[in-house]
Design a protein around this ligand. Structure first.
Ligand SMILES: *Cc1c(COP(=O)(O)O)cnc(C)c1O
Length: 369
């Protein structure tokens, strides 16, 4: 078999496809001389909120800051508990620790890799203030059940939608389903900028106004802070880049889904290999295409030798991360999470992949298991 190089992601190929409009958008910002917030950011906030069918979008410096400011806006702090899955990117828990609240971890669901509903329900106490479901790998968490738990106990839900821009749950766009949605525009995300960026979306005007203050030193009127805020603003160049990309996101997400479905059809009956589960009432946008297998490290090595890029999301569960040590968790607490961290592997999935590349990845995976 001839070797074909297949990187995990190809942002250069994506840029080449939209180069004229992208170059024009960047030039427009350079010509305007306006680089932080301003009309470009305001337009992008409006367009994103409309896309997600929410009232307000507030551009911030990163997805991590989106989570941080969301927690601050909800006045979550010391003494408060926040329930979140043990298997996600570190920012989901790091921001909870930063505001001084206590993260309460639960395991993930075996099929979807999203937050386990029964455990979430069982972990609610009188100190619980919020749940942070993560729409991991591009598929929505079980939002109806979470909404019910939240209503019953008067909790807020903060959707970590960093990996699922354009995903749907029962026909509704994720990020816009709960009180607050947090978006990341990190370059590798489905809607990625050319640098860091993030956004908070909400239907709640009061929260939106507070977040607008929090992102700019806590002031409405310049130099007169009313609350303790941050410097966490989206810049105009990123907004211009993202406005161009927003025009293409549905086509790109469909392209990801097509690649994923070819993979799944070809690999689903392979022994000792688990392909992604796609819930029937959800639109999975395949931020990552995740395979699970016992001999993961060996398979990763074989794919590498064959020129195929892979990555592990995530090699360490949150409860075993050093900054979480004082929470008192130990190995064995979250078996599904721990198994996933040992056995999952992301393989290339992006709309620019050629048929030859897709076939090649399938062949090499089959031979490597
Ligand atoms: C990427 C990511 C974040 C953080 O986003 P940044 O823009 O990199 O700060 C948060 N949560 C999840 C699940 C992510 O994948």
């Amino acid at each position: 078999m001839t070797k074909i190089n297949v990187p995990l992601l190809d942002l250069v190929a994506q840029y080449q496809e939209i180069k004229p409009e992208m170059d024009a958008a960047i030039q427009r910002v350079l010509d305007s001389g306006h680089f932080i917030l301003g009309p470009e950011v305001a337009a992008f906030e409006k367009e994103t909120a409309a896309y997600l069918s929410v009232a307000h979008g507030i551009g911030v410096a990163s997805g991590t800051d989106a989570l941080l400011l969301a927690l601050r806006a909800l006045e979550i702090g010391p003494g408060d508990e926040v329930i979140l899955p043990a298997y996600t990117f570190f920012a989901t828990i790091g921001t909870v620790l930063h505001v001084g609240a206590t993260p309460v971890l639960v395991d993930i669901d075996v099929q979807s890799y999203c937050i386990n509903i029964e455990q979430t329900r069982a972990k609610v106490t009188s100190a619980t203030k919020a749940i942070i479901p993560v729409h991991l790998y591009g598929q929505a968490a079980e939002m109806d059940a979470l909404t019910e738990i939240a209503r019953e106990h008067d909790l807020s839900i903060i959707e970590d939608n960093a990996q699922a821009f354009g995903a749907e749950y029962k026909g509704r766009k994720t990020g816009g389903i709960s009180d607050i949605g947090c978006l990341s525009f990190f370059p590798s995300k489905n809607l990625g900028g050319y640098g860091d960026g993030g956004m908070i979306v909400t239907n709640n005007l009061e929260l939106a106004e507070k977040i607008r203050m929090l992102r700019a030193h806590g002031w409405k009127k310049k130099y007169f802070p009313e609350i303790l805020g941050y410097n966490s603003r989206l810049d105009a160049l990123q907004a211009a880049v993202l406005r161009v990309k927003l025009q293409h996101i549905d086509r790109w997400n469909d392209g990801r889904r097509k690649v994923a479905h070819v993979y799944s059809k070809a690999l689903t009956d392979t022994p000792n290999l688990k392909t992604p589960y796609e819930a029937p009432n959800r639109k999975h946008v395949y931020h990552l295409y995740i395979l699970q297998m016992k001999n993961r490290d060996q398979v990763q090595e074989k794919l590498k030798e064959a020129g195929i890029g892979t990555s592990i999301y995530y090699p360490q569960p949150l409860h075993l991360a050093e900054p979480c040590r004082e929470l008192g968790y130990t190995e064995g607490d979250f078996p599904v999470t721990e198994k996933a961290s040992r056995e999952t592997l992301a393989i290339p999935v992006y709309p620019e992949m050629t048929a030859a590349q897709i076939e090649y990845v399938i062949d090499v995976v089959k031979r490597s298991i």
